[in-house]
Design a protein around this ligand. Structure first.
Ligand SMILES: Nc1ncnc2c1ncn2[C@@H]1O[C@H](COP(=O)(O)OP(=O)(O)O)[C@@H](O)[C@H]1O
Ligand SMILES: [Mg+2]
Length: 281
C-alpha cells in the first residue's frame, strides 16, 4: 500500500493571463505507516499538494499511483481513493452542518454506501478515537467548544476508515493547550490504528516533535525530504524560506556555538534538558 507522486506539475489559471505554477516537478513516495510533516510558508503550495493526493485536483502533468495503480487511468475508481486518503480541510468545523454530532460523523460513511449498522459502528469508533464521549453524541455541534468541534470533524473523516489521514493546518486557531491535545491525539491515532498521518503546517514547533519525516516545500518545490533533525541542520536556508527552526533546536545551537558540549540537534524540551544536564554535570 503506498502513494507515489511522480513529477507532478500544477498551474492555477492554466491557459489564462493569470497562469501561475503552484507545484513544480513534485516527486514523493508515501509508504504505509509513516507520520509525515509537510511544512512550508503560506502560499508555498501545501494545500494544493495534498488535494492532489486524493484526486480533488488533477495534475497538469505527471502521474500519481495508488497501490501501483495510475489514478488518472480512466478505469481507476476515484471514489476508492477519496475514501482511502481522508482529507481534513483547514477549519473543518466550518463544515459541520447536521443537527447532532453523531449525524455529522455518520454522513461520510452513509454517503459512501455503508449499511446502517456498519456506519454506526464506524462513527462510534471514530468518536471514541478522537476522545468525544457518549454524553456529547446527541449534542448539537454548535454546543461544543472549538477544539471539540474540530475533533468531531476529524472523526467524520476517520469514520470512513482511511489508510492515509491528511490534515491541513489542523492546529490553526487553537490555543497552546488545544494544540498539544490535538497533536497528541493524532500521534495516538497513528500509533494505535497504524494509519499514515500527513500533517500540514507552517509551524516547525508543531511538526518537530511528532513527525518522523519532514517534507519542506517552498514556491511549489520540495526543498527537503528527510528526518526532522537533518532538515533542521539547514537553519539558514529554512529562515530564507520564512520558516523558523524549533526554539529548542535554536537554543541548543547557540549553546553549542558558545562552547557548551550539548547536542545541537535536540528537538524537544526534554531532550534539551537532558543534554544540558549531561554537559554541566
Ligand atoms: N484557487 C486558486 N486560484 C489561483 N491561485 C491559487 C488558488 N489557490 C491557491 N493559489 C495560489 O497557489 C499558490 C499555492 O497556494 P496553496 O497551495 O494554498 O499554499 P499553502 O497551502 O502552502 O498556503 C499560492 O501562490 C496561491 O496564491
Ligand atoms: Mg494552505
Amino acid at each position: 500500500m503506498s502513494l507515489i507522486l511522480d513529477k507532478i506539475n500544477y498551474y492555477y489559471g492554466k491557459g489564462t493571463a493569470f497562469e501561475s505554477a503552484a507545484l513544480k516537478n513534485i516527486s514523493l513516495a508515501i509508504p504505509d505507516g509513516e507520520f509525515i510533516g509537510i511544512i512550508g510558508h503560506t502560499g508555498s503550495g501545501k494545500s494544493t499538494l495534498i488535494q492532489h493526493m486524493n484526486g480533488l485536483i488533477k495534475a497538469d502533468s505527471g502521474s500519481i499511483y495508488y497501490n501501483g495503480k495510475d489514478i488518472y487511468d480512466k478505469d481507476f475508481k476515484m471514489t476508492d481513493l477519496r475514501r482511502k486518503v481522508g482529507l481534513v480541510f483547514q477549519y473543518p468545523e466550518h463544515q459541520l452542518f447536521e443537527a447532532t454530532v453523531i449525524k455529522d460523523v455518520l454522513f461520510g460513511p452513509t454517503n459512501m454506501g455503508m449499511d446502517k449498522l456498519k456506519a454506526e459502528l464506524a462513527a462510534y469508533g471514530a468518536l471514541k478515537a478522537v476522545g468525544i464521549g457518549d454524553d456529547l453524541i446527541d449534542a448539537s455541534p454548535f454546543e461544543l467548544s472549538g477544539g471539540q468541534k474540530r475533533r468531531v470533524a476529524i472523526a467524520g473523516v476517520l469514520a470512513m476508515s482511511p489508510e492515509i489521514l491528511v490534515l491541513d493546518e489542523p492546529t490553526a486557531g487553537l490555543d497552546p493547550a488545544g494544540r498539544t491535545e490535538l497533536l497528541n491525539l493524532l500521534k495516538e491515532i497513528h500509533e494505535t490504528k497504524g494509519i499514515t498521518v500527513i500533517l500540514v503546517s507552517h509551524s516547525m514547533e508543531d511538526v518537530a516533535e511528532y513527525a518522523e519525516r519532514l517534507i519542506v516545500i517552498d514556491e511549489g518545490e520540495i526543498k527537503y525530504d528527510d528526518e526532522p533533525r537533518k532538515v533542521f541542520a539547514h537553519a539558514d536556508e529554512l529562515r530564507k524560506m520564512g520558516l523558523e527552526i524549533p526554539q529548542c533546536t535554536e537554543l541548543m545551537g547557540k549553546l553549542a556555538d558558545a562552547g557548551l558540549n550539548v547536542d545541537r540537534s535536540c528537538l524537544t524540551v526534554e531532550e534539551a534538558v537532558n543534554s544540558i544536564i549531561g554537559a554541566i554535570s
